[in-house]
Design a protein around this ligand. Structure first.
Ligand code: ZN
Length: 139
């Protein structure tokens, strides 16, 4: 079951430049930085109430985020829905005819389990499903 919007993923060319924007223009504070090898990105997180902002800078030319930047430029990359079971949510999405990028959850930032639905089957929004790993009490 989907519980909330967990975070918005935003593709940026430079993590340092965009962190500066969020800190100086919006007055937010970067809470956490992390490299996510499975998605070939470096990330920076801001907490805005219940919702996190996840800035994504590619670490390789074949990173999905590098491809997104080449095609679309900087901007909103994905919307992530928090769920208590990525597996169950994937099964529901598949059953309803959505195209899955990941058939099984993979390891995302913050030690979460994540999986993506293809934007071709989600009316243009790359959709992430994410779930805290069991034992994590921070979410
Ligand atoms: Zn994300």
């Amino acid at each position: 079951m989907i519980k909330k919007i967990d975070h918005l993923g935003i593709a940026v060319r430079s993590l340092d430049e965009s962190v500066k924007y969020y800190e100086t223009v919006l007055g937010l504070k970067c809470e956490h930085r992390e490299e996510v090898p499975s998605q070939k990105v470096r990330t920076a997180f801001f907490i805005v109430g219940e919702v996190h902002i996840e800035l994504l800078e590619p670490t390789a030319d074949d990173s999905p985020v590098a491809k997104f930047l080449a095609k679309n430029g900087e901007g909103i990359h994905h919307v992530a829905f928090g769920t208590d079971s990525v597996e169950a949510q994937l099964a529901q999405a598949k059953g309803a005819g959505a195209q899955l990028i990941h058939e099984k959850p993979i390891e995302g930032a913050g030690g979460k389990l994540v999986a993506f639905l293809h934007p071709k089957s989600t009316h243009g929004v790359l959709t992430e499903l994410c779930q805290p790993k069991s034992g994590c009490s921070c979410h």
